[in-house]
Design a protein around this ligand. Structure first.
Ligand code: HEC
Length: 151
C-alpha cells in the first residue's frame, strides 16, 4: 500500500467510527424519550388502593367516558377498550385523541370519538383520567371503584 492509500484507509476508518458513535447516541436518546414516570403516573399503595389523582380519574372516567367506553375502561360494542388501547398508545397520543377527537368512517359504519378540548371538567383532569386508565391497563388496578391511599 502506498502512503496515500494508508491515509485514505485511516480516514475511512475514522469516519465509520464517528458515524457509529453518533448513531449509537441517537438510539440511546430515543430510548430515553420513553419516560417511565411520565407514562406511568399512578401510585398503588395496596390492592385496589391508589393515589388521589388516579382515584379521581376513575370518577371522571365514569362521568364522561363510561357511556361509550364501558365500565372500567373495558370497552363496549360502540367504542374500544381503553384498557387495551393503553397497552400501546403513549400518553401524548392519548391526550391528542381526547383533545381533538377522532372519526372513523368505515364501510357503512360510523363511530365518533368526540373532541373534549372545550370540556373543562375533562381537560382539567385529563392527567387523572389517563393515570386511572394506565393503572387499569397495566393490570395494577382491578375493576370497580378503587380505594384511596391514606394521604
Ligand atoms: C360518544 C361516545 C364516546 C365518548 C363519550 C368517549 N369516547 Fe373515546 N372513543 C369513542 C369511539 C367511537 C372511539 C373510536 C374512534 C375510532 O374508531 O377512531 C374512541 C376512541 C378513543 C381513544 C383512542 C383509542 C385507540 O385505541 O386509539 C381514546 C384514547 C379515547 N377514545 C378516550 C376517551 C376518553 C378519555 C373519554 C372520556 C373523557 C372518551 N374517550 C369518551 C367514543 C367515545
Amino acid at each position: 500500500m502506498t502512503r496515500g492509500q494508508h491515509l485514505l484507509l485511516g480516514v475511512v476508518v475514522v469516519v465509520l467510527l464517528a458515524v457509529s458513535v453518533i448513531a449509537g447516541g441517537f438510539a440511546q436518546q430515543q430510548a430515553e424519550d420513553y419516560d417511565e414516570e411520565y407514562e406511568r403516573p399512578y401510585r398503588v399503595c395496596a390492592e385496589n388502593t391508589v393515589d388521589f389523582g388516579t382515584y379521581n380519574g376513575y370518577r371522571r372516567y365514569d362521568g364522561f367516558c363510561l357511556r361509550c367506553h364501558g365500565p372500567d375502561g373495558a370497552g363496549s360494542s360502540y367504542a374500544p377498550s381503553l384498557v387495551e388501547s393503553l397497552k400501546t398508545l403513549r400518553r401524548d397520543d392519548f391526550n391528542e385523541v381526547v383533545v381533538n377527537g377522532r372519526m372513523n368512517l368505515q364501510a357503512g359504519q360510523q363511530s365518533v370519538m368526540p373532541s373534549f378540548g372545550h370540556v373543562e371538567d375533562v381537560m382539567l383532569y385529563l392527567d387523572d383520567i389517563y393515570s386511572y386508565l394506565k393503572a387499569r391497563s397495566d393490570g395494577k388496578l382491578g375493576r370497580g371503584r378503587p380505594k384511596r391511599c391514606p394521604s
